[in-house]
Structure formats: C-alpha cells, structure tokens
Write a new protein. Structure first.
Length: 167
C-alpha cells in the first residue's frame, strides 16, 4: 500500500479494499474511478499548509497595506497545495485516462498513448514514444493510492495492443 495517500474507488467490481477509508462500488461498468487524497493519511501536515496560507495572507496584507494582496497570497498557497488537501480523482474508461484536481483536468485518449511506465507510486501514460526532457510535462500520471492491482488491471484492459506497460 502507498503510505502517502488513501483512496476510494468506484469501478467495475463490487469488492472491498483493505483500507477503512477506501470503498468500491459498481456505478458504471465501463469506467474505473478512484480518488487519492494524501491529507487522509497524515492530517497533521495540513496545519503547515494552512499556516503557510494564512502567513502569506498576513505578509501580503502588511507589506502592501491592502487585504486584496493578502487574499491573493492565501489563494496561491491553497491553490498550489490543492492536490494534498483536495485530493485527485482518477478515471480510466474505454476513451482514455484522466486525473482531476480541483479545476485542473489532465486527460489522454488511448489512441494517443505511446508509452506506459509503471513505478512504485503509479502509472505514467505518455503521448511521447521515447523518454526525454518533455516526458514529465506530457501525459497523465495515475497514482495507485491503495489500489495498485486494480489500477494496473484497469489500464491493461484498455491500453492499446501496440503499447506495453513497462516497469
């Protein structure tokens, strides 16, 4: 199990995972959905995130003598840490794979996948055939959470036959 994130999944089978915070239901037989929220495994770190956000609010307000700049600082800190406290929702279906954190959506159609690399944290689906400088900025990274086997099975189900899951 990944110690950095808890997760809940919705997918093609009604089995239960071993985590108390995880749940699985069968809503749509064509899509596999799951959530990974690092805050659930270590809520003590949330104090640091929110303290930094309010510190940015205070510094912005005091330095510029304007509450608007304080609010901008607060929003920036909360925005860049949204993956930690909001979590990320992942979806794998017959069309492709996607990851959503707040308003940010990253998706990739299966027909555009040229490379799939598995690591200890998740699977990186890339539209680039070769590894290189741009690989980190292209594609979708699907974090496992506590659902490694289920995520790998879902990706293998729809991964194009000309692409092999490496790793």
């Amino acid at each position: 199990m990944n110690q950095l994130a808890s997760s809940s999944i919705t997918g093609v089978s009604p089995l239960e995972t071993s985590e108390d915070k995880s749940s699985v239901t069968a809503e749509n037989s064509d899509a596999f959905l799951w959530n990974v929220r690092p805050l659930d495994n270590d809520p003590s770190k949330s104090w640091g995130v929110f303290l930094a956000a309010f510190l940015a609010f205070g510094v912005g307000t005091l330095l510029f003598h304007n509450v608007v700049f304080g609010i901008i600082g607060l929003i920036i800190i909360l925005g860049v840490s949204a993956e930690y406290w909001l979590g990320t929702s992942f979806k794998v279906d017959s069309n492709g794979a996607s990851a959503r954190t707040g308003f940010s959506l990253t998706s990739l159609l299966w027909e555009d996948v040229k490379r799939a690399d598995a690591s200890a944290e998740g699977i990186k689906l890339s539209p680039l055939g070769n590894s290189g400088r741009m690989q980190a900025f292209r594609g979708v990274f699907l974090k496992y959470g506590s659902n490694r086997e289920a995520v790998e099975a879902a990706v293998r189900r729809w991964l194009p036959t000309n692409v092999e899951l490496m790793g």
